[in-house]
Design a binder for this molecule. Structure first.
Ligand code: ZN
Length: 382
């Protein structure tokens, strides 16, 4: 099998090897090849380079049942670190991750998407680089934004939520920083973290449904994060589901996200008299956590809208495993009855045996994914 290229500029294979050894402990090359479904030559090439960098170490050979002794490889988590930044409307989440994917430190700082993002991002990144305990170990920085972004260049074409268009974020950050910079879409960053550290430990093929202030859906197929030829896949929230629905930030009307995102849920709650103009999504989540019965019908209806859109992707790809992430994962128990009913309606879809895994989630997951993508960028281990 060939190496798994993730972007025109990156290869996730070596990060997968580090993540596997970081989560499963020391393994020999044959075990790595089997667990990650890679060819022996690919594993040899990547582990040789990782040993050269001091990112892996060999342990004492162990006698195998047959054949040559096994030489276990172990990750050296402290040998290097990457910085990941998740950009949200009003805050930045920053994590520093070791080579095994464990978060060493994380924090949240204020952000204003309506002001120039460059100085705000540089302040956060340079603070980490200046930290004597971390700075020298930082090899790269990844930035995750909720936008259509070309991962090869970090050029943001459009970010409806922030009102950004044609912003060369990657180029501008690279001009100011001494380490490699990778800018990518936040859903794809989180899907990468799911592949490396969570759902990908058990499954080679799965969907990731992100529900929060936007709605996104991405696919991991044969352990590859699907990006499409343009690198822009995942904009599932802008699937038109109603010809005359509410206006969407993308310029269209009746997008899925206008019914199933934070704003869509609040709009539906107001229409039923369950919320007023001042009600926030945080209040609605808290009321559902207390199982306010009036919310059950509302959420099940929204779950059904979501299900009718997702079912098309399940039927297309035949991937029964769906990981749910995002701020509104806490509403899943309310969305689920409507969603699952749609999955059972058709015998064709029911045959896939769709199962949903709801992930404990914080937006540090976006930042961790961004840190992983930065480690995969070719110039990081050039
Ligand atoms: Zn839209």
């Amino acid at each position: 099998m060939t190496a798994r290229r993730i972007t025109p500029r990156g290869d996730l294979t070596r990060v997968e090897i580090l993540a596997l050894l970081g989560t499963a402990g020391a393994l020999d090359r044959r075990q790595i090849a089997a667990r990650l479904r890679l060819g022996d030559a690919t594993v040899h090439e990547h582990t040789r380079r990782l040993l050269d960098y001091g990112y892996l170490r060999t342990l004492a050979p162990q006698a195998g049942a047959v054949g040559r002794p096994r030489i276990p490889l172990q990750v050296v988590p402290e040998a290097a670190a990457t910085l990941g930044v998740r950009v949200a409307t009003d805050h930045l989440v920053t994590v520093v991750a070791g080579l095994d994917g464990r978060v060493i430190t994380s924090d949240v700082s204020a952000f204003d998407c309506h002001s120039d993002p460059i100085p705000q991002l540089l302040a956060v990144i340079n603070r980490r680089l200046a930290d004597p305990a971390l700075g020298p170990r930082l090899k790269a920085v990844g930035v995750a934004t909720p936008s259509s972004v070309d991962p090869a260049t970090g050029y943001i074409r459009v970010c409806p939520r922030f009102g950004w268009t044609d912003l060369p974020l990657g180029e501008q950050l690279r001009a100011e920083l001494p380490i490699p910079v990778q800018v990518d879409n936040d859903l794809r960053a989180s899907i990468t973290a799911e592949l490396l550290y969570r759902t990908g430990r058990e499954h080679d093929d799965f969907l990731v449904l992100g529900i929060g202030d936007g709605v996104g859906l991405g696919a991991v197929l044969q352990r590859r994060v699907h990006r499409g030829p343009t690198g822009l896949s995942g904009e599932f929230g802008h699937t038109p589901v109603a010809a005359t629905g509410p206006s969407c930030a993308c310029g269209a009307r009746g997008c899925l996200e206008t019914f199933t995102s934070d704003d869509g849920i609040l709009r539906a709650a107001r229409r039923r008299g369950l919320a007023d103009a001042a009600t926030t999504i945080e209040e609605l989540r808290a009321r559902w956590a207390a199982r306010e019965p009036e919310l059950a019908d509302l959420l099940a209806g929204i779950g059904a809208i979501l299900g009718r859109a997702v079912v098309g992707v399940v039927n297309l790809l035949g991937t029964p495993t769906i990981a749910v992430i995002g701020e509104n994962h806490v509403l899943w128990s309310g969305l689920e009855p409507g969603f699952s009913a749609v999955m059972r309606t058709s015998q064709v879809t029911a045959a896939y045996g769709v199962h949903v895994i709801v992930r404990p989630w914080s937006d540090a997951q976006h930042a961790l994914g961004a840190a992983s993508l930065a480690l995969a960028a070719p110039e990081t281990l050039a």
